[in-house]
Design a protein around this ligand. Structure first.
Ligand code: ATP
Ligand code: MG
Length: 252
């Protein structure tokens, strides 16, 4: 079962009338003479998946994707492409067995994206695609001349093309995200270690100060006791001396 089920074009490039391309099991091939619109079909897939580069769509401006007329037919003011996916295996993280992405563009400049015919943002489509591993750059669309480019490219670049096609890129992106989070945590840990050591260095003098303070309190209490005792002694002693003197003066 293909994950791509159907492509619907209206007013896109050389297709003024609505056409449906169905992708049954196995390989679907589109054949025809030069200039019949084969590459336009691939462009339509790129476009509905959110392509923003007119150049990659082989045009000068984005409006070049709207049917611009022929000798026999007037230009159209609008184009629309829908791509229907099978989602019974939940490739896309939404609870529908079928996912339809749609993109529309009007010559007035208005444009719209939809998921299952409901208006959405481009980002919603990109996020769904990205999470599914299909990828926003459409690497898996290998256009005319691309094979040579892939064969001639540096091994690292070639690797990234295959990684994208093998849906590894989403895991790579997640790995990079986790690694950067890990780096941030490592930074935090080393900052905490610096603080910990600083505090550790202050610990010895603080311990000494706290022992001194405890000793001070003990000595202060002891001093208070001794002072009270000394007053009591002096008081009693004074009383005794007073009575002795009184006794002596009486005897005189
Ligand atoms: P080849 O076999 O040479 O690669 P192809 O089948 O891939 O050809 P495409 O490049 O898909 O052909 O189609 C080119 C045709 O599409 C041209 O005739 C061009 O005039 C037509 N075309 C492109 N954009 C538009 C447009 N906006 N309006 C009308 N026709 C368009
Ligand atoms: Mg072509």
């Amino acid at each position: 079962m293909n994950i791509f089920k159907q492509l619907e074009l209206v007013g896109f490039k050389s297709f003024p009338d609505k056409i449906n391309v169905t992708f049954d099991g196995g390989i679907t091939a589109i054949v025809g003479p030069n200039g019949c619109g084969k590459s336009n079909v691939a462009d339509a897939i790129r476009w509905v998946l959110g392509e923003q580069s007119a150049k990659l769509l082989r045009g000068k401006s984005m409006f070049d994707v709207i049917f611009s007329g022929t000798e026999k037919r007037k230009p159209l003011s609008y184009c629309e492409v829908s791509l229907v996916f099978d989602n019974t295996k939940r490739w896309f993280n939404i609870e529908f067995d079928e996912v339809i992405f749609t993109r529309k563009l009007y010559r007035s400049g208005d444009s719209e994206y939809c998921i299952n015919r409901n208006s959405c943002r481009r980002k919603d489509i990109i996020d769904l695609l990205y999470d599914s591993g299909i990828g926003k750059d459409g690497y898996s669309i290998i256009g005319q001349g691309k094979i040579d480019e892939i064969l001639m490219s540096r091994p690292e670049d070639r690797r990234s093309i295959f990684e994208e096609a093998a849906s590894i890129s989403k895991y790579k992106a997640k790995k990079e995200e986790s690694e950067s989070r890990l780096d941030r945590t490592r930074d935090n840990v080393s900052r905490l270690m610096i603080k910990y050591n600083e505090v550790g260095n202050q610990l010895a003098p603080l311990k000494k100060q706290s022992e001194d303070a405890k000793l001070f309190l003990e000595l202060r209490d002891r001093l208070k006791d001794l002072e009270i005792n000394s007053y009591l002694y002096q008081y009693e002693n004074a009383n005794r001396i007073k009575s002795e003197i009184e006794a002596k003066t009486k005897g005189l």
